[in-house]
Design a binder for this molecule. Structure first.
Ligand code: TYD
Ligand code: MG
Length: 466
């Protein structure tokens, strides 16, 4: 195999002008025959390649391998110790990977990363936390609140990304946390911190550092409600994983989901509870979500949902009231898919004879989770019908199923898992698509009511409430 020719370039003796090709006359100073061959110097991660790492000079061409020679389980992973965070990451952080954690200001990103950084430092080795938004004192105050005064985490308050990279090259941590990418900048880019140019350039330097030195990098990115122009969106293609931390300000729940993950599934969600001592994992969210449930009231139904590897029981609420005469009826939907809810309302109108076009309809999934899966359709239908008729659904009933345009109830995936979770939490009746009724139904501690249409489902509800 032929060796790759060393990388050379030419420089003018007179003025120092550089060119990748030899030139008879220097285009800069005009002197003749002044170009000399020089070796291209390896550059540092600040601007290019790390010294001695992959400088092209003298290195053989890379040897391709067959896929069968690659061990896909080879990835070492370092759990952060925050269970729900690890679940979304796909088991932990991979060395050299770059993860962007996005979210609204105040949602708890710094809190989460300080907690994760502390666990990581105790379990795996050095962690460098670069605080670009807050002073060391502010971070120390948060650490005290979290009970982490004695954390082995190493901290710098720095807004210059190049200085932060130098600090990382000096400390050589296993994990570097940059809080936030919008607050750091480089003097090499002629633009204000937080601008598109700066965010991109700073991220590029951190990504280069991660890949060359094998340091895992966690970057915080703020999302603004009014279009995230210079926000993390522009980085999504460049990083390995993009996780969003979401939650309503006035509820204590925080939900983390992955919109991109090169090392794991994007189906998994992480659920946290924000308390006085930071974020806590919520390993069994169903019980929590249902604890304040207004059982026995009209307009509430519990759906057995599935998010990633976890089943999730969520209360769907509906409120239906007459619309003002002559006005457009209001439709407000949160926590479930708007388009799907619109179809369900049309089905109730046309197949079940409910004049919803003269009514305002509000639909909400409680707890701050988003139920995007079609399996939530039937719960929406039964909650709206219950609110419309002002008749409660039996509190021990759980439902799931997809609703089609003709009012048919279609089967969904993982029916047994959903039913099992519901039975565990004390539900005794399950209204589900007929095609999903498990064969051994009679023996289970939950009674199954297989239905083929929404009309069937409404009848099954009536039978249970009677
Ligand atoms: P923070 O992590 O600073 O948010 P972000 O980095 O996403 O902007 O957390 C902000 C909120 O969390 C703040 O309003 C206070 C609250 N909080 C708690 O409720 N408990 C805690 O233990 C901590 C540290 C913060
Ligand atoms: Mg913060």
């Amino acid at each position: 195999m032929a060796a790759k020719p060393p990388r050379v370039k030419y420089a003018c003796d007179e003025c120092g002008y550089e060119s990748p090709r030899w030139l008879g006359r220097c285009p800069s100073c005009g002197s003749w025959n002044s170009m000399r061959e020089v070796q291209a110097a390896p550059v540092s991660p600040r601007g290019g390649l790390a010294p001695g790492r992959r400088s092209a000079a003298g290195q053989p061409a890379p040897e391709p391998v067959r896929l069968s020679q690659v061990d896909p389980t080879d990835d070492a992973r370092f759990p952060t110790g925050v269970g729900e965070f690890d679940r979304v990451l796909g088991g932990g952080l991979v060395p050299g990977s770059v993860v962007l954690v996005g979210g609204d200001p105040g949602v708890g990103k710094s809190t989460l990363l300080l907690q994760a950084g502390d666990h990581f430092a105790r379990a795996h080795g050095d962690v460098l936390y670069v605080s670009a938004e807050e002073s060391l004192r502010q971070v120390a105050l948060r650490a005290r609140r979290l009970g982490l005064d004695d954390t082995p985490l190493r901290l710098i308050a720095e807004t210059d990304v190049d200085a932060a990279v130098d600090a990382a090259l000096h400390v050589r941590p296993k994990l570097m946390i940059v809080d936030s990418i919008q607050a750091v900048s480089t003097a090499d880019a002629d633009s204000v911190p937080g601008s598109l140019v700066q965010v991109r350039e700073c991220a590029a330097r951190l990504i280069r550092l991660a890949k060359l030195e094998g340091i895992a990098v966690l970057m915080v990115g703020h999302v603004t409600k009014q279009g995230s122009l210079a926000g993390p969106k522009v980085l999504e293609h460049a990083v390995d994983a993009v996780l969003y931390l979401e939650g309503e300000r006035d509820t204590q729940f925080r939900v983390m989901r992955a919109v991109k993950n090169r090392f794991g599934s994007t189906d998994e969600i992480g659920i946290f509870e924000m308390g006085d001592a930071g974020l806590r994992d919520v390993a069994n969210p169903s019980a929590l979500f249902l604890q304040e449930r207004a059982a026995g009231e009209p307009g509430t139904v519990v759906v057995a949902g599935v998010e990633g590897s976890r089943s999730l029981l969520v209360e769907v609420q509906a409120l239906v009231g007459p619309a003002p005469f002559g006005g457009t009826p209001r439709r407000q939907v949160s926590g479930v898919d708007y388009q799907r809810a619109a179809i369900v309302l049309a089905v109730l109108e046309r197949r079940c004879g409910m004049p919803l076009h003269t009514h305002d309809v509000y639909i909400n999934a409680v707890g701050g989770v988003r139920l995007d899966e079609p399996a939530a359709d039937l719960a929406v239908a039964l909650a709206v019908a219950s609110a419309f008729r002002d008749r409660p659904v039996d509190a021990g009933t759980v439902v799931f199923g997809e609703v089609g345009l003709t009012g048919e109830v279609r089967g969904v995936r993982q029916a047994e898992r959903r039913a099992r979770e519901a039975a565990k939490l004390g539900f005794r009746r399950c209204i589900l698509p007929r095609s999903n009724v498990p064969p051994g139904a009679a023996a289970a501690d939950i009674q199954f009511f297989g239905v083929s249409t929404v009309v069937d489902a409404l009848r099954a509800v009536e039978a249970g409430s009677a």
